[in-house]
Write a protein that binds this ligand. Structure first.
Ligand SMILES: CC(C)(COP(=O)(O)OP(=O)(O)OC[C@H]1O[C@@H](n2cnc3c(N)ncnc32)[C@H](O)[C@@H]1OP(=O)(O)O)[C@@H](O)C(=O)NCCC(=O)NCCS
Length: 243
């Protein structure tokens, strides 16, 4: 006699097929819900001190990134999105090295250009901060909020600054608020094959009714055409930030 829960020989095979189906489907159709944050226009953009014992390195050019750092921060080969963006001058890399010279944490300052369609409902221009990562054994020491603050300090002074996290990522949202960002909106993003994106604002999270009277999207270009201010680097500036 068999029961409903009896193990079957095709169990593992079925789960492999299911995994494959989930992967294939995510290539064609992906849905994410993000919490988007902005840096308040009136907040200071103070340069934070580097955590004791750590060294901050900043890279504007892919050619300058040492191989061992590139392997951690841009592992995709042969194609890696961040390699491409760096090559095009759309991304600046911040790396925090531990006392042994290994990558303890990293993050990116990115041009608005790659985000302008997906995030058009919340902002028309600015700088997007992220993705950030902290090595598991270094977590809970404030390296993430430090790097976000550093990203803020490095940005062009008047650029609107945005950052987002998946709504399930409690640690990330906590660090973002610790670094001084305030919630702007919850954005539902549906991505189809060929990079077709459909986004909608699910909830306006601006803190007061007065703040919510100004319509989304945010940014300095009210017409919504979008501008690209660049990521704030200038020739020679990267070297001067290296410590
Ligand atoms: C998210 C991440 C970058 C945080 O790095 P970190 O350097 O450890 O950040 P912090 O030092 O601020 O520590 C995490 C904080 O979140 C808190 N936290 C952890 N899990 C949490 C949760 N589920 N909900 C709310 N807060 C949480 C911790 O208590 C700590 O806060 P505290 O310092 O006030 O006690 C790191 O966990 C990571 O690399 N995750 C994988 C990649 C990722 O998710 N990147 C973010 C996407 S941009």
């Amino acid at each position: 006699m068999t029961t409903l829960h009896a193990p079957t020989t095709n169990g593992p095979r079925a789960s492999t097929a299911r995994d494959l189906w989930v992967r294939l489907r995510s290539l064609v159709h992906r849905v994410n819900t993000f919490r988007v944050f902005e840096y308040p226009a009136r907040s200071e953009r103070r340069d934070p001190p580097t955590p004791p014992g750590f060294e901050l390195r900043i890279f504007d050019s892919l050619d300058e990134v040492p191989g061992e750092i590139a392997r951690t921060v841009m592992p995709g080969r042969p194609f890696d999105l961040m390699r491409t963006r760096m090559r095009r001058g759309l991304a600046r890399l911040l790396v925090l090295l531990d006392p042994n010279g290994a990558v303890a944490a990293y993050g990116w300052n990115q041009s608005w250009r790659p985000f302008r369609r997906r995030f058009a409902k919340v902002a028309t221009d600015g700088l997007m901060l992220g993705f950030y990562w902290t090595r598991p054994d270094q977590r809970g020491r404030g390296l993430y909020p430090y790097l976000i603050r550093k990203s803020v300090a490095l940005a062009p002074p008047a650029a609107p600054l945005f950052i987002y996290a998946c709504v399930e990522n409690g640690a990330s949202m906590h660090g973002i608020e610790k670094a001084g960002f305030t919630p702007l909106a919850i954005l539902h993003l549906r991505r189809l094959l060929l990079g077709l994106n459909f986004s909608r604002v699910v909830t306006d999270l601006r803190p007061t009714a007065a703040a919510r009277t100004a319509p989304l999207p945010r940014g300095t270009d009210a017409a919504g055409a979008g501008t690209d201010r660049g990521i704030g680097h200038a020739a020679g500036q990267a070297a001067s930030h290296r410590r």
